[in-house]
Write a protein that binds this ligand. Sequence first.
Ligand SMILES: [Zn+2]
Length: 362
Amino acid sequence: MPQISFASNNRQFHIELNERVKQYFKEKNMSQRGNAKLFFKAIFMYAVVLSCYTVLVFIQPESALLNIALLTVFGTFLAFIGFNVMHDSCHGAFSNNSNVNDVFGYSMNFLGAECRFWKVKHNVLHHTYTNVDGVDDDIFKPPFLRMSPNQAYLPLHKYQSWYMLFLYGISTMFWVFWMDSVKYFTDKVHTTDLPKKKLADHVSFWATKLFYIGFYIVTPLVFLGFSKFIFGFFFFNFVMGIVMSVVFQLAHVVEGVDYANAQETGVLAIDEDWAIFQMKTTFDFCPDNKFLTWSLGGLNFQVEHHLFPKVSHVHYPAIRKIVIELANKYGIQHNEFPSFWIALKSHFRMMHSLGKPNAIAA
Ligand SMILES: [Zn+2]
């Protein structure tokens, strides 16, 4: 992994922000982690997913339309479990009790992927080195997608804004079967070595894959038959993949974000404080929409999430006000799209412009 450092001057914004947020929780006499509402939201989301699964696999309604509606809800709520339960838990933000975080962190394994790999990929690499080429695995999708101007251009990228939704749709299946296996067998996430595997890590990986095959493939295959199973399997995965990928991409691959490049140099000194770098590489979207705020687990408040990943998403609307106040005080831009559609259009336009060979490199 390249050696990357952040400038230590100009830290006043970061220091004052930490103080103010600490003070906010102290004044409210409130934990920074999740609350009872989040716990019940987690239970509700699991209940929706398991109910859809039971009806689809065991009750098998006649109506094709009803089946499609149930598969859509199933795929969407699997993504919601990822956003609300897995994401907070893997950051240690779901509960004050680390055992509870560990247990709910296995929501990732319920979705079919290994949480141990995700914690390194996401918590360490993506959160520390956001949009840094050569380290941040989230923007590294060669050869089909070029997600940064520093990456090599291929002629097929000209069409990436047309075919990217299809790739997003198959991304969860690709993740479960291919990307996780690459991490397991190479002991690497992109350019970073994973800690040496222990017996428990081997057991967790293989148990996750066996569970996935039993729950998502063999059981529906036995009860539904091949054609119904294969349609349902691809359909819900497609929905889940698009919901997950789009929501994550709207924060970092949109017009106006900064990038840094550590691909070839091996050493990179970023001439900014880490918190300011996070402000420049990350966008919020649609912060006033109550449904998105509830369902996306704070991923429409990615600026606040990147600044305070160990704070549960239930607190982000309040923290956003503090971030904006201090950003104005220090003359730092707080990046935000007022609506989901404006953010989505910006992502499409960004991918379209990255599909041109002359996209400007950072
Ligand atoms: Zn995160």
